[in-house]
Design a protein around this ligand. Structure first.
Ligand code: PFF
Length: 456
């Protein structure tokens, strides 16, 4: 059985940081974060998001790191080892289910991004304006065949890297490409802030106006913080099971959360000035990125090159984030069921490819399944809503309760202080207090009120 061989892992602290960050940074930063800010009223939503990161996201990330590195197992194996009875094991089962739901629609959006790389290479955006970018976007998403084929390409690329394994696949790919992504976003920012009318975009992004916040926005901000930091579904448990023994888990969680938020903000700064400058609607929804970035780069020196580079690196961000989602079920099947890595990846890729078509063909109301509604939503939106707004926060709540109440404080302290080597008692105590009392309470209140179970 694979698990009896020497277990794979990341080789250094830097590799740990980049791999974890590469899970957090993805389409969430470049695609979801900007359009959710846009459709939920800007700065006030941003503030709400930061509160969610501080009181919910970070404590849960640290808890997942604790579970993963202490047990060095996949999510279900880890909970079982920490004496989680059958009930607690549901954290792992829900997590794997959430990973599938996200993979179904995420692979579809990643397919659009891949196809934009080729469109940019072909020069399809050379003479675009605010109207023609919309047409290019609809042609990309409606299908049926092109988006399905691109989705298959995405799934194939992710699968190959995951078959290569943790060090040769995940580590090598993420360590090389993350710094490049960062540099490219900064170049986009420089271009965006020099556009005429850019200041309106800044005002929109950073103006705090609480009157614009709807009750739904609270749940959306919470869901976004989970989605952004890849939490509540065992991804961070799985990745931290590959961490080095001397890694400072609390420091890594802060570094990852901070860098991830920074990348999201930089993406927002690249996008909103352009939205306003070209007279587009900040509420445009999922198409925002695809309709603004080609405009940002049109008609500037090296614009076509930058456009190719931007979508290439966005596709890398999407790919590395998907790798971390897929690793959740793969680690489970290889370690608990004894299936070889290659076989597990191939079976999962087929499942994701087949069910993922439902998401792809329902992304636009003009798509083949665009009119089919389940619980009032198309498949694409339904997969997104159930995973981000229900399963991930629920998984997060269970993880907070499991680590806060079912594990001994001493075990948690030992793991987070690297058996007493780190001098971080105070910060562990703060974390532990927030985890036990604030995180679950906040999660419960937000969850109950926004699902309408309890009215405040
Ligand atoms: N954090 C990723 C993003 O923001 O795009 C999405 C994601 C990755 C969610 C991995 C969940 C996950 F397990």
């Amino acid at each position: 059985m694979e698990s009896q061989k020497k277990r794979e892992g990341f080789s250094s602290g830097l590799a740990v940081f980049f791999a974890t960050l590469s899970s957090a940074v993805g389409l969430g930063n470049i695609w979801k974060f900007p359009y959710l800010i846009g459709s939920n009223g800007g700065g006030a939503f941003l503030l709400l998001y930061l509160v969610c990161i501080l009181f919910v996201g970070l404590p849960i990330m640290i808890s997942e790191f604790y579970i993963g590195r202490k047990t060095r197992k996949n999510v279900i194996g880890a909970i079982t080892e920490l004496k989680g009875s059958t009930g607690w094991k549901s954290i792992g089962v829900l997590g794997i289910f959430a990973a599938y739901l996200i993979l179904f629609f995420y692979s579809s959006v990643a397919g659009w991004v891949y196809s934009y790389v080729f469109k940019a290479l072909k020069g399809d955006f050379k003479a675009v304006n605010a109207d023609t970018v919309k047409i290019v976007f609809s042609n990309t998403t409606i299908g049926p065949m092109p988006p399905i084929l691109w989705q298959i390409v995405v799934i194939a690329v992710v699968s190959i890297i995951i078959i290569l394994g943790v060090e040769k696949g995940i580590e090598r790919v993420t360590k090389t490409l993350m710094p490049l992504l960062f540099a490219l976003i900064i170049i986009c920012d420089i271009r965006a802030i020099t556009l005429p009318g850019a200041s309106d975009g800044f005002k929109f992004l950073f103006n705090v106006d609480f009157s614009k916040l709807t009750k739904d926005a609270v749940l959306v901000a919470l869901g976004l913080s989970f989605f952004k930091l890849s939490l509540g579904m065992g991804t961070m448990v799985t990745y931290s099971s590959y961490f080095t023994e001397d890694n400072n888990l609390i420091k890594t969680s802060f570094k990852v959360a901070l860098s991830d938020t920074l990348v999201s903000l930089l993406a927002g700064i690249a996008i909103f000035p352009a939205v306003f400058s070209f007279g587009m609607q900040p509420e445009a929804g999922p198409g925002l990125l695809f309709m603004t970035i080609p405009l940002v780069f049109s008609q500037i020196p090296f614009g076509s090159f930058l456009l190719v580079a931007f979508f290439l690196l966005s596709s890398i961000a999407a790919t590395t984030a998907m790798m971390s989602m897929l690793e959740v079920p793969i680690a489970y099947y290889t370690e608990e069921k004894g299936i070889t890595r290659k076989k597990a990846v191939i079976i999962n890729a087929i499942i994701i490819g087949v069910v993922g078509i439902l998401a792809t063909l329902s992304a636009d109301s003009h798509s083949l399944f665009g009119n089919i509604k389940v619980f009032g939503k198309g498949f694409f939106d339904l997969f997104d809503y159930i995973s981000s707004n229900i399963l991930m926060p629920l998984g997060g709540l269970l993880i907070a309760l499991f680590v806060g109440y079912k594990n001994s404080k001493r075990d948690v302290q030992l793991q987070l202080s690297n058996k007493g080597i780190l001098n971080n008692v105070a910060i562990i105590n703060i974390y532990y207090f927030i985890l036990r009392y604030i995180t679950p309470l906040l999660l419960l209140i937000i969850f109950l009120s926004s699902t309408g179970i309890v009215k405040f």
